[in-house]
Write a protein that binds this ligand. Sequence first.
Ligand SMILES: [Zn+2]
Length: 267
Amino acid sequence: MNQVTAELNRAAVALAGCRRLLVLTGAGMSADAGVPTFRGHQGLWGDVDPEIYASLDGFLAEPDKVWEWYRQRRFEIASVEPHPGQRSLALLQRFSPEAMQVLVATTNEDDLLERAGLESVIQLHGSLFTTRCLDSCGWEVSDDADNAWSLRDCPRCGARTRPGSIWFGEKLDPELTQALEDFAADGCLVVGSSSVVQPIAAIPPEMALAGLPVVEVNIARTPLSDSVTVHLQGSAASILPHLVDQLTSAVIRAQQHTLNSSVEQAS
Ligand SMILES: [Zn+2]
């Protein structure tokens, strides 16, 4: 068994006993599919500082220009396809829900996980394809594929419309963070996340400290790497299909073992 296979096996065994697995995915997951990272846009939009454009002040200063930037990002994302790592997560989520519930939360604003077949993805930073009211009337439309609403005012209150993304300086939706808490995960898989954006970055190290299994998949080491159960170095697209394959096998083995033990006890 080579070292990579051994590490994959170790990660799968560590997570196989989880009843409620939390999967957190970050920019690296989408970058593998060819989605330009936030920072990557500086090449295309020379004068754009994402931290200004993706903020309320930036939008209020130049709403048309910011919307144009968002429309461009929608266009770019619509033209890429989910990769095997994202598709394998969809398989994992559907696998044997009685043995292991899988909740996927992401800081990515694209729709690649949904298009890969995942159900109920928690988009902590909002959705790029949602358009909503800039004011607080609560109006939003979840699919603005032809960008028509980006050019109109809110049909309910007449305020401007804005992208559904959570901007720099804005708080995460408390209902979403509560949903993560309520899930009460007993294991965590962190994929392609820089593990520096709070408050989400605090979850995996807290779980590791509590003795729960945490596996990290990343092309580079992160601030989290030293505290995880297993760090798997590589891209999400190349590692996840193998990890999910091993994990599902390990869950089946564990189920068979439990079944055999109960048969032995009964006889
Ligand atoms: Zn409104």
